[in-house]
Design a protein around this ligand. Structure first.
Ligand code: ADP
Ligand code: ADP
Ligand code: MG
Length: 508
């Protein structure tokens, strides 16, 4: 392929906070690149500020007055002599206007082109862009639906249950499941007004609701010369309110053939928008293991570490090298999966109390250590967790030769993790790890609503009782997942929790 002018990056401004800002700075440092932090007044003493070579305050605590201020952030980069900006995830990472402004200021945006962000930022435009390729998509409306009567007709054709989705939606927000036609009008009206208030864009469309869905996504990397590879899948089916809480790689249900088919589809999606940088192509998978394109996230993903563990690739370093204009250092056949990685998101939320945000001062904080444990966090003891931002305070990742060992290691690491002063989702994550359905691999995105009850934690009982019957049911369900033609209700496991076999709470 033809050559592309390269430009060495010497100083990166990281336009983010928390664990992801630290994550980016670590790779930069290893590459001999200097770093600049930006921070709001609430984050003056935050670890990402201390970790950087330089730091610039960009405003008041609310994101709209600091981390989202495009001119202020570009000005900070220019003042400090940074030559590139890494946006992390969230905040401005999927903002095409920002990417454009960065490049217009003569700086390198460490991410894809503004055009790719724009196309993939709209779920409808994205579907349209990939329609020329042979990529399976969930049955649904071609464009936005506006007229109620037409929409109702289209919904009936697609067949209930359906999902009304905001085209501009993200972060699990702006989605409504409609079970029957009788509910359609009310839900449609709610979906539109929610889309307007949350995303400033009332366009909604309709998709068939996959009833036993798994969320499986493919990591891709592309360079500016047009090469694109996939770095296999991540399984993210344990979700709460359409948001991921546990992720792993590889998926317990993806066969080598399916992996290849999904990987090639993801590469086609990336090529459809001339993608370069790191990106993620998300798919929803039905109980027969058919996969359908959902959307593409044009940034580094929260759960990227599990891919790093199983491939040995530092995704942030690759992002930086790609931004400099270098060709990818590997081809598809050079990439291999080794071992199994598990990640849990640690939120400052109280799982025993409906996951209400639990913000306060972290009194005592000690992270787990030892073989196969990685903690990506963004705060320390004595620090107040600010109310202004996403409540995710850390990611705990374990790596082992097999899935079972990665799970056992995760339970051990959760037990070792000491946080006091605030409630976190760690006990809930332990519950997931120890649940038979999770361990067997037979679960879908309804795992939490199907199996979890807050009382389990308030009683200090993460490990749920499992009758012999349930164990058998879970095994049968797994076999059906792998051999789905036999029964379409495969993933619905019986659930009869009993209080006899509970394990004592060991998490402090
Ligand atoms: P990922 O897609 O990387 O698995 P999330 O969906 O949780 O993870 O989103 C990553 C981050 O981006 C989170 O901090 C979330 O709050 C934020 N985010 C995602 N979409 C949006 C959006 N449309 N508007 C604002 N923040 C968003
Ligand atoms: P977001 O931008 O909020 O991440 P996605 O389209 O990626 O929106 O969907 C988020 C989650 O919602 C998915 O991970 C999946 O659990 C669920 N979901 C989305 N579309 C469907 C569908 N058609 N059927 C079933 N579940 C879906
Ligand atoms: Mg998504």
């Amino acid at each position: 392929m033809s050559s592309f002018p390269t430009r060495k990056i010497r100083k990166i401004l990281v336009a983010n906070r928390g664990e992801i800002a630290l994550r980016v700075m670590r790779s930069a440092r290893e590459m001999g690149i200097k770093t600049v932090a930006v921070y709001s007044q609430a984050d003056r003493l935050a670890p990402h500020v201390k970790a950087a070579d330089q730091a610039v305050c960009v405003g008041a605590p609310p994101s709209s007055e600091s981390y989202l201020r495009i001119e202020k952030i570009i000005e900070a980069a220019q003042q400090t002599g940074a030559d590139a900006i890494h946006p992390g995830y969230g905040f401005l990472s999927e903002n095409a206007t920002f990417a454009r402004a960065v490049e217009a200021a003569g700086l390198i945006f460490i991410g894809p082109s503004a055009e790719a962000i724009e196309v993939m930022g709209s779920k409808l435009a994205a579907k349209n862009a990939v329609s020329a390729y042979d990529i399976p998509m969930v049955p649904g409306t071609k464009g936005a639906v506006t007229d109620l009567l037409t929409a109702k007709k289209e919904a009936a054709q697609i067949g209930y249950p359906i999902l009304i989705k905001a085209s501009a939606g993200g972060g699990g927000k702006g989605m409504r499941i409609v079970e029957t036609e009788a509910d359609f009008e009310a839900q449609m009206q709610r979906a539109v007004s929610e889309a307007i208030s949350a995303f400033g864009d009332g366009s909604v469309f309709i998709e068939k609701y996959i009833t036993s869905p798994r969320h499986i996504e493919i990591q891709v990397l592309g360079d500016k010369l047009g090469n694109v590879v996939y770095l296999f899948e991540r399984e993210c089916s344990v979700q709460r309110r359409h948001q991921k809480v546990v992720e792993e790689a590889p998926s317990p249900v993806v066969s080598p053939q399916m992996r290849k088919a999904m990987g090639q589809a993801a590469v086609s999606v990336a090529k459809a928008c001339n993608y370069y940088g790191a990106g993620t192509v998300e798919f929803v998978v039905d109980e027969k293991l058919n996969f359908y394109f959902l959307e593409m996230n044009t940034r580094l993903q929260v759960e990227h570490p599990v891919t790093e563990m199983i491939t040995g690739v530092d995704l942030v370093k690759e992002q930086i090298r790609i931004a400099e204009g270098n060709a990818l250092p590997f081809q598809q056949d050079d990439l291999k999966i080794e071992g199994h990685a598990m990640e849990v998101r640690v939120y400052a939320e109280d799982p025993a109390n409906n996951f209400l945000p639990n913000i306060g001062k972290v009194e005592h904080y000690k992270i787990p250590q030892g073989i196969g444990v990685r903690v990506d966090d963004g705060f320390e003891a004595g620090m107040q967790v600010p109310i202004f931002y996403d409540p995710m305070i850390a990611k705990l990742i374990t790596y082992a030769p097999t899935r079972q060992e990665a799970i056992e290691r995760m339970v051990r690491a959760i037990d070792e993790y000491e946080i006091s002063g605030i409630e976190t989702t760690l006990p809930f994550c332990k519950f997931v790890m120890q649940h038979q359905a999770f361990q067997s691999g037979a679960f879908d995105t309804k795992f939490v609503e199907r199996y979890f009850k807050p009382e389990y934690l308030s009683k200090g009982l993460e490990k749920e009782a499992q009758t012999e019957l349930e164990k058998v049911a879970a095994l049968v369900a797994l076999m059906l997942f792998e051999n789905p033609q036999e029964d379409s209700t495969a993933a619905t496991l019986p659930q009869t929790a009993k209080g006899s076999n509970w394990k004592k709470r060991s998490w402090k």
